[in-house]
Design a protein around this ligand. Structure first.
Ligand code: ADP
Ligand code: ADP
Ligand code: MG
Length: 491
């Protein structure tokens, strides 16, 4: 593989290209009209504009991307995460074009992309599962009966759901019917697939996931766990590795389970098996994500393994150069996702221009981003600006370093989740390691963090005035439609 096309944008496109460059692999970027000056475009050896801003007219145009790859003699396509990364039809078309898809087979993507088919598949391997229904539920009275047997509260989940969407908690039997109807209609409109099922709602879980790597020769290893319990709207915002609650035995057991899940679908490449861990330290399989994950850097920091390089080597057909026993955890890493969102206002997406943008640096600090000062955070895509990752000898050093890095990080022009990250790093529950997926709802309100400083407000006011003069206020409009627009684009 001498040249790869990265079918993505932002931080992940840049992150993939950096590893490719170290391997002497040439890179091709694709970009939409609003991303013309983005760092991933400048960084690539070649770059091609594929269309207007909406992802349905650009980053989701599978056939167009493949024809660009063919024109430019590309031998591999890396899908990143989001967009086409979990689209089995796209993976199939890439293979049919004689290009390597840097990821698992279309069959594995399809099987694992559907939560019910994934559960059915891994059943044979004795993987612990959240109590619930094995099949899509159709008949409401029958479903209600099953829900009663499982015991409220229960969760109605869309089989095709993802990104924290398509889940409804039902606390009481009386609410079941209405919630079920809503869940089905949401699943149809958001995922084009109305299949829903029931799971017991685990009261106080931690989200623990295992990174795996599998080559084309049947070798599968795990690279330990990531703890991703700090979430908003069922989406991760702070992740760390290792988890402070896994014993060596439990880590091995969950690792082996994850390897079995990967084997169940003949998995190839980098993947993640997600579990919930309850208060009694019992774990349950949630789903498998068949791609590189947003939070993969924390695993890279504690293992020293570059996961993107491994993906490319596996794509080339190479054998894994290490076995399970060669892998060791060293130190501790934390990631804070820096979203252009306002933590004072329920994490509402915020957009605008990065008036001032200064990254933190120094020992143990890694910033994976896709922006430069003066660039606009577009409304069309995921509002993530960067991932701030710190590495330390132990958890305490990693937390102290994250506090320092957050205070050194300067972003003016849009609200970000950095103050929320600082809140987490200071919170006794996080510091002690005693928390679950309800951390945010239990401890955080918009008032938990100071509002913007006087200086920041002044800069924002100055900037707003300048924009009005420039007749381009549209880019500053921050309203509720931003998120719905963004969600729409993901479909
Ligand atoms: P990961 O599974 O890699 O940890 P998430 O669970 O946060 O990442 O997101 C899953 C997918 O949803 C990713 O591919 C990402 O592009 C997309 N995504 C990220 N943020 C959002 C968001 N705010 N709303 C909807 N989808 C999102
Ligand atoms: P997605 O495909 O959207 O990532 P997941 O099944 O991975 O969906 O779940 C995302 C998050 O939702 C979990 O990390 C957890 O916080 C919550 N969740 C999912 N299933 C359950 C459950 N049965 N009980 C309690 N929380 C759950
Ligand atoms: Mg998940």
């Amino acid at each position: 593989m001498k040249k790869i096309l990265v079918a993505n944008r932002g931080e992940i496109a840049l992150r993939v290209m950096r590893s490719a460059k170290e391997m002497g692999v040439k890179t091709v970027a694709i970009f939409s009209e609003v991303d013309r000056c983005a760092p991933h475009v400048k960084y690539a050896d070649e770059a091609v504009c594929i269309g207007p801003a909406p992802s349905s007219e650009s980053y989701l145009l599978g056939s167009k991307i493949i024809s660009i790859a063919l024109d430019l003699n590309v031998d591999g396509i890396h899908p990143g995460y989001g967009f086409l990364s979990e689209n089995p039809e796209f993976a199939q078309l890439v293979l049919e074009a004689g290009i390597e898809f840097i990821g698992p087979s279309p069959e594995a993507i399809a099987l694992m992309g559907d939560k019910l088919s994934a559960k059915a598949l891994v059943k044979a391997y004795d993987i612990p599962m959240v109590p619930g229904t094995d099949e899509a539920i159709q008949n409401v009275p029958e479903a209600k009966k099953r829900a009663k047997e499982i015991g409220f509260p229960i969760l109605i989940k869309a089989s095709a759901g993802g990104g924290g969407k398509g889940m409804r908690i039902v606390n009481r039997e009386d609410d079941f019917e209405i919630q079920m109807k809503l869940a089905v209609s949401e699943a149809v409109s958001a995922f084009g697939n109305g299949a829903v099922f029931i799971e017991k709602y685990i009261a106080s879980p931690r989200h623990i996931e295992i990174q795996i790597l599998a080559d084309k020769h049947g070798n599968v290893v795990h690279l330990f766990e990531r703890e991703c319990s700090i979430q908003r709207r069922h989406q991760k915002v702070v992740e760390e590795a290792p988890s402070s609650v896994l014993s060596e035995d439990l880590r091995n057991e969950m690792g082996q389970c994850a390897i079995n899940v990967a084997k169940s679908c003949g998995y190839v490449g980098a993947g993640t098996v997600e579990f919930l861990l309850d208060e009694d330290k019992k774990f349950y399989f949630l789903e498998m994500n068949t791609r590189l994950q947003v939070e993969h850097p924390v695993t890279e920091m504690i293992t020293g393994v570059d996961l993107v390089k491994q993906q490319i080597r596996i794509g080339r057909g190479e054998r894994l150069a290490f076995s399970q026993n060669d892998l060791k955890i060293s130190g501790h890493a934390i990631e804070v996702r820096v979203y252009a969102e306002d933590p004072h206002h329920d994490f509402m997406p915020d957009v605008g221009v990065l008036k001032s943008y200064k990254r933190p640096g120094g020992i143990g600090v890694r910033v994976d981003d896709g922006f430069e000062e003066g660039m606009e955070v577009p409304i069309h895509y995921d509002p993530m600006i960067s991932k701030l990752i710190t590495y330390g000898e132990n958890r305490k050093e990693s937390i102290d370093r994250m506090r320092r890095a957050i205070s050194d990080y300067q972003v003016v022009g849009v609200s970000t989740t950095l103050p929320f990250g600082a809140f987490v790093m200071d919170h006794p529950a996080f510091v002690s390691g005693d928390f679950d997926t309800h951390f945010l709802s239990k401890y955080f309100t918009g008032k938990s963090i100071p509002s913007a400083s006087k200086e920041e407000k002044e800069v924002a006011a100055w900037f707003a005035a300048k924009l009005i003069n420039d007749h381009s206020t549209a880019s500053m409009i921050v309203n509720a439609s931003v998120e719905s627009q963004w969600r729409k684009n993901r479909k």
